[in-house]
Design a protein around this ligand. Structure first.
Ligand code: CP
Ligand code: NVA
Length: 298
């Protein structure tokens, strides 16, 4: 039984399988005859908003021959307090797989343990594994192997996105730099668990110099809205813009997992100048989700 709950737990060989298959699914879109989810129903339980993850999984499941059952967590009894263990035991007896977007990482882990069906983390407060797999796929599609390259994350360095990047860096052998104010730097314990070459600094210049890619994410993640004012105050300046990009390699990529808040983590001009990369990255969610689903059932 395969689950994609975190990049920390994903073996390197499985990274490679997913990244390789995403290339095939992209090349063969609408032409591939394999239907690895034929006859299957996958439950998608979401407790947070989503555009890219929801649409890419729904379309991906359909194109692989399966049926997606979208369940807003507030509409099912989970939202009224039914325990995750019980929800998992019900859905596990009916559906063939589950895709969950929620707050606590322990909830996706509990669901996987109790449901006994392949379970995919579609974002928790701790990790966003599907997004980082797509980002690496997109980087390699545009620039070749990521091993040995320098990836710089700018912004909230303690949220789900940088944490998934941290675990990927150690496994795939690239250097990761995180530029974030002290209050938003990743926990030392996570860095220790991951290993690899990871530089954490509050100095944007050190982080961006010679980078192969600048990457950012929102300053206010879902669930952190009450901290908005404080976050904007502390994170102001941790922005991808033309001045910062000048420090990176001349052909450096700019990526953003989206949604983007122009004038905050990225300025409007830089966003538009790199829109082709950013929306290819968004499109690649679909191809990578298919590779993840195929991996999960094979
Ligand atoms: N990047 C990402 O996961 O987008 P959504 O929140 O729209 O799914
Ligand atoms: N860190 C962001 C990622 C959105 C895709 C959040 O959790 O809201």
């Amino acid at each position: 039984m395969k689950h994609l709950l975190s990049l920390e737990k994903l073996p390197r060989a499985d990274f490679e399988t997913i990244l390789r298959d995403a290339t095939v699914f992209k090349k063969e879109r609408r032409a591939h005859s394999a239907q690895p989810l034929k006859g299957q129903t996958w439950a998608m339980m979401f407790s947070k908003s989503s555009t890219r993850t929801r649409v890419s999984f729904e379309v991906g499941i359909r194109e692989l021959g399966g049926h997606a059952l979208f369940l807003n967590a507030n509409d099912i009894q989970l939202g009224r307090g039914e325990p995750i263990q019980d929800t998992a035991r019900v859905i596990g007896r009916m559906a063939h797989g589950a895709i969950i977007r929620t707050f606590a990482q322990s909830d996706v882990e509990t669901f996987a343990a109790f449901s006994k069906i392949p379970t995919i983390n579609a974002l928790t407060d701790d990790e966003h594994p599907c997004q980082v797999l797509t980002d690496i796929f997109t980087f390699e599609e545009m620039r070749g192997p990521i091993a040995g390259k320098i990836i710089t994350f700018i912004g909230d360095g303690a949220c789900n996105m940088p944490v998934s990047w941290i675990f990927a860096a150690a496994k795939l052998g690239f250097e990761l730099r995180i530029a974030a104010p002290k209050a938003f730097q990743p926990a030392a314990e996570i860095l220790k668990r991951a290993g690899g070459k990871i530089i954490v600094t509050d100095d944007l210049h050190t982080a961006a110099s010679g980078a192969d890619m600048l990457y950012t994410d929102v300053w206010v993640s879902m669930g952190k809205e009450a901290e908005s004012a404080e976050r904007i105050k502390l994170l102001t300046g941790y922005q991808i813009n033309a001045n910062l990009l000048k420090l990176a390699k001349p052909n450096a990529l700019v990526m953003h997992c989206l949604p983007a808040y122009r004038g905050k983590e990225i300025d409007a001009e830089t966003f538009e100048a790199h829109a082709d990369t950013i929306f290819t990255e968004a499109e690649n969610r679909l191809h990578t989700q298919k590779a993840i689903l195929n991996w999960a059932v094979s």
